[in-house]
Every structure is written in C-alpha cells, then in structure tokens.
Design a protein around this ligand. Structure first.
Ligand SMILES: Cc1cc2nc3c(=O)[nH]c(=O)nc-3n(C[C@H](O)[C@H](O)[C@H](O)COP(=O)(O)OP(=O)(O)OC[C@H]3O[C@@H](n4cnc5c(N)ncnc54)[C@H](O)[C@@H]3O)c2cc1C
Length: 454
C-alpha cells in the first residue's frame, strides 16, 4: 500500500475541504484529493444558505426562515436530514444549531484570509450583482459588503473597466434604478462610467482574474486609483460599485488603498463565473486545510476502489505521474455534481462514476430509466428550476450513501455537498450552504468512524 490515512476525502470543493478541515481539526490524519476545480471555484463566492422556496418569488428574510420552510415542506432535503434524530423525528432546533455552528466556524476559519466573510444566519443580505439586481445570500465576502446601499443621499457610481466585457456599468445602473424606483429604497442618484486607459494587457476581452492580478501590482493599483478618482470627481460619487476585481490575494488592502486615495467607499459586485471571489474562497479553504494539518493532493482522480461486505478498503488514485493506492479508515465522497464530476450525464442516464451508486431524484426514486433531457424544461430560467439538478445520491441518517435497495452501501463511506440528491441549489440559493453544513457534519462522522477503527 502506498499511503495509509485515517480520513480520505475525495473532492476538493466547499464540501470536501470543509469535511477535510473538520476531520483534521478533530485530530485525524486527513488527505483531500481533487482531480480539478469544481463549482466552488466558479461560484460567486457568496455563501447562500436559503434564498427561496422552489417556485417562490419572494426571498426568505433570513436563512433561519428558509430552513424552517425546507424542513417542514421538503422531507428529503439535506437540511432536513441534519435534524433527524435516532427515533426518525425531525428536530428543527438541531437543524438551526448545526447551520449556525457551521456559519460561525466558517467565518472564524476564513477570518483574515482573502475570503473573510460578513453576515449571520438571522438575516439574508441583499448582495448587488453585476447586472444591477439583488441576490439574497447569507454571507458575503467583506469586500462585497456595504451598509450604504439603502441610503437615499448617496451618489452611487457603477464603474466598469474598458476592455472587460463581463461588466456593463450602464446596464447595471439602469436595472438598479428600476429596483430603487419600485421599492422606493436606495440612492436617488445612480450614475455609471467606463474607466478608459487602464492598461492591464494589450489583449481584448480582459477577464476578471487578469484585472484582479494587475490591480494587485504596485503600478496597477496606483494607476487604477488615479483613474477612478478622476471619474468619482466628475460626478461627486459617494459610493462606488466595481466588478469583483479587487485582487486575488489581498482584496481588503486593495479596497483600503482605493478608499484612502479616492476618499470614497468602494465595494465589489456579485458576478457570473469564472469569478475572482470564488477563486479566493477555494484558495482560502485550501490554505485552512493545510493549516489544520490536512494534506491536499491536486490532480489525482479517484478511479477505482476495493470494498468488502462492509467497508471501503482501498481507493486507487490516478495521478499526474503515477497510480497511488490509499488505505483509508474512512472515506468522504464530495465529488460535486455535473461541474465537479460527481454525477455524470450521458444521453440516456445519470451516473455516479466512481462507486456506481444509484442516482435518485428529490423523491428518492432512482432515475436510471429517465433520460436527463426529460428532467429539464424548455426555458432555462424559471423559479421551479430543472429537476435534473435535484438528482444525486441517497443517504442514510449518518450521511452514508445508499445502494439500489435503499440500504447503507458501506459503513465507512460518507457523502457531502452537491453530489447529494434532494435539493435544487440554482433556485433555492442554497449551494455553498448545503456543502458547508453537510461537509461539517460528515467531517465529524468520518473522523469518529476512523477513531473507532484505530
Ligand atoms: C456558476 C455557478 C455559480 C454558483 N454560485 C453560487 C453562489 O453564489 N452561492 C452559492 O452558495 N452557491 C453557488 N453555486 C453552487 C455552489 O457553487 C455548489 O453547490 C458548491 O460549490 C458545491 O460544492 P461541492 O464541494 O459539493 O462540489 P464542487 O465544488 O463541484 O467540488 C467537487 C470536487 O470534486 C472533485 N472530484 C470529482 N470527482 C473526483 C474524483 N473521481 N477524484 C478526485 N476528485 C474528484 C472535483 O475536481 C472538485 O474538486 C454556484 C454554482 C455554479 C455552477
């Protein structure tokens, strides 16, 4: 055997890294392997816990309100399973306690990193997006948060960067003005500008990451501050909304510098993928894993396994240079959904590629005979969402995947994050929240189970 470990986590997105950090902090020898980047690195980096009920148009006032709705209406939702007691009852207090503990823990873990967070479980924050709309979320990266968007006296400037097509400040300003007019809340003066002459590169179509890296250089930062100050002066702006480009490594100090040089508060908008804040979240969690004593192996594809009647015995990792056999005491499967690769979709079926576990829908019915196309709707954007996103692995009361008979597949295999069935993160706005809460619980279970074997 090449490597022995207490806990092997397969998948290095939010769920896998949270499970890995938790297990390492509990004293287990922990390895997290990932073959690549998944949805976490592509996400907006804002941690949604519960935004909407599927089909609902009105956002939850708070994640707690959302957890209450999910747990009373959606019996197979992963959040509901957090409250299952030994007797099979659902204890709502337990769900809230678990979610609250996960939120506190994540904020502590990311404090002082490039992805430090603001927010609580008791109210959703309205994050402003690059298209000038609100998104309800639980935790925003501190550089994306401002309390001043509700003030009518502010002069809000949406400032884009010439050559960066993913943010069109005039369109954002127009949608935002519509929202302010509808609600009667927010700045009465909203303006926009495109900053010209910020020479990041000679190439057209600048990405957010290119701009973020250049802004972090000494020249980039002072040039940008000068150009931004000029635009602010033209309209007497008091608050500036920028695309999320305030640096990949230390956005808080870029924000402070810009605010000092311009005399005006700046904040980042929530953007579409690929997003710099998603990358910051991914990297900050990876650093936290190493700090907790865990090991990260990048570029390794868990491709084979050996199992006896009860337990997973070995996992084979297909690496960049060689094949490695790992003998873990317990295993966490946190391989994500379609982007991560935890669920694969062909024309005829959905599959779980590593263990061949059955893929179930949100009613816990196997979808082996349903073509994925049948689980999507004709129009892409709608409040009920596409049921294909609710499909994933079934699990028992300790988050161990179930087999085709609905029985626990293996006593030492746990599952967390978007590979689970029973929730639709697109419409619920619950993606990173489910990955966080289930990763936290499963990290503890996997560590306890490894200790029992020792
Ligand atoms: C474009 C986009 C934007 C989003 N925005 C938000 C948002 O703003 N807020 C929010 O809360 N949620 C958002 N979500 C949802 C959220 O990103 C996901 O629900 C969450 O990241 C899932 O985390 P995960 O750890 O389960 O999976 P992933 O992050 O997908 O991680 C899966 C990991 O498993 C690895 N892997 C898979 N198979 C193997 C294997 N065989 N061997 C080794 N490694 C393997 C992958 O390489 C990857 O590292 C967004 C999703 C998308 C797609």
């Amino acid at each position: 055997m090449d490597i022995e470990t207490d806990v092997l986590v397969i998948g290095g997105g939010m769920a896998g890294l949270v499970a890995g950090i938790t297990a390492a902090q509990a004293g287990s020898d922990t390895i997290v392997v990932r073959k690549g980047l998944g949805a976490t690195a592509d996400s907006s980096g804002a941690i949604d816990i519960a935004g909407y009920l599927p089909g609902g148009e009105t956002p939850f006032i708070s994640p707690v309100e959302g957890l209450a709705a999910f747990s009373s209406l959606l019996p197979f939702h992963p959040y509901t399973a957090l409250g299952h007691s030994e007797s099979g009852e659902t204890d709502f207090e337990r769900i809230v306690d678990t979610a609250r503990e996960s939120v506190h823990w994540l904020k502590d873990t990311l404090d002082g990193t490039s992805a430090s967070l603001v927010g609580t479980l008791d109210s959703n924050i309205g994050g402003l997006s690059v298209i000038g709309t609100w998104k309800p979320t639980c935790l925003l990266q501190s550089t994306m948060y401002t309390e001043r968007l509700g003030n009518e006296d502010e002069v809000l400037l949406f400032a884009g960067i010439s050559g960066m097509p993913s943010f069109i400040p005039s369109a954002a300003a127009k949608s935002f003005i519509d929202l302010v007019m509808d609600s009667g809340i927010g700045p009465r003066k909203v303006v926009h500008t495109l900053i010209e002459g910020f020479s990041v590169s000679k190439q057209p179509n600048l990405s957010g990451m290119e701009v973020a890296r250049f802004i972090e250089s000494d020249k980039g930062l002072s040039d940008f501050a000068k150009l931004l100050k000029e635009q602010i002066g033209k309209v007497d702006a008091t608050l500036v909304a920028l695309p999320p480009v305030l640096g990949a490594k230390n956005p808080q100090s870029v924000k402070k510098y810009l605010e000092r040089e311009t005399g005006v508060e700046v904040f980042e908008l929530i953007s579409f993928p690929p997003s710099v804040p998603g990358y910051r979240l991914q990297r900050s969690l990876e650093t936290a894993l190493k700090k907790a004593g865990g090991k990260l192996m990048v570029g390794y594809d868990a491709s084979k396994f050996v199992k006896d009647e009860l337990n997973i015995i070995t996992i084979a990792l297909d690496g960049p240079r060689r094949f490695i056999q790992v003998e873990p005491k317990s295993v966490v499967l946190a391989t994500g959904k379609f982007i991560g690769g935890g669920i694969a979709s062909g024309r005829e079926s959905l599959e779980e590629p590593l263990f061949g576990l059955p893929v179930l829908n949100s009613e816990r019915i196997p979808v082996k005979d349903t073509r994925p196309q049948r689980m999507t709707k004709v129009t892409s954007v709608q409040s009920e969402g596409h049921s294909v996103f609710e499909c994933g692995l079934g699990f028992d009361s300790r988050f161990r995947p179930t087999d085709s008979n609905g029985a626990t597949y293996s006593t030492n295999l746990y599952v967390a994050g978007s590979v689970l069935c029973g929730y639709n993160y697109h419409v619920e706005k619950s993606g990173l929240g489910v990955a966080l809460a289930t990763g936290r619980v499963v990290g503890r279970f996997a560590s306890e189970s490894a200790k029992e074997v020792s």
